[in-house]
Design a protein around this ligand. Structure first.
Ligand code: YYY
Ligand code: MG
Length: 148
């Protein structure tokens, strides 16, 4: 089954949105397989956002993501990578549709509440960057037979 890396960013944690965000993915039918509240080192932030190293917003982005605790998660489910991206909404909350996480809670692109892997390759890379193998919990949910 497909897995993705999702993270409530420091703004989402400060605004008390961890529960709301976890709840959306739970209600959708996805399965939480790992989660931790943590502070982010500059080294981890730079590695996570390596693809944006040359962008003008890189310094601000690294500063923001290391500015307070984040809630890092791994979620599992059919097409979870692309569906989670749809549930998050567009990068700029001003363009994100109502009903999406960024559309409902965000205002500015610099503080857009949540991160989610954008492809199978980035999901694998980010899961490996943020979690150890033993952090992932394999378990069955009996409700899954009413989802799949
Ligand atoms: O994957 P996603 O988070 O939707 O967007 P990316 O293009 O990967 O950018 C990562 C992160 O950088 C974005 O969530 C906010 C920030 N950012 C920014 O501050 N200013 C921009 N013009 C573009 C992105
Ligand atoms: Mg991205």
């Amino acid at each position: 089954m497909e897995k993705t890396f999702l993270m409530v960013k420091p703004d989402g944690v400060q605004r008390g949105l961890i529960g709301e965000i976890v709840s959306r993915f739970e209600k959708k039918g996805f399965k939480l397989v790992a989660a931790k509240l943590m502070t982010v080192s500059r080294e981890l932030a730079e590695a996570h956002y390596a693809e944006h190293r040359e962008k003008p917003f890189f310094e601000e982005l690294v500063g923001f993501i290391t500015s307070g605790p984040v809630f890092a998660m791994i979620w599992e489910g059919e097409n979870v990578i692309s569906v989670a991206r749809q549930m998050m909404g567009k990068t700029n909350p001003a363009d994100a549709a109502p009903g999406t996480i960024r559309g409902d809670y965000g205002v500015s692109v610099g503080m857009n509440i949540i991160h989610g892997s954008d492809s199978p390759e980035s999901a694998e890379r980010e899961i490996g960057l943020w979690f150890q193998e033993q952090d992932q919990i394999a378990y069955d949910k009996t409700i899954d037979r009413w989802i799949y």
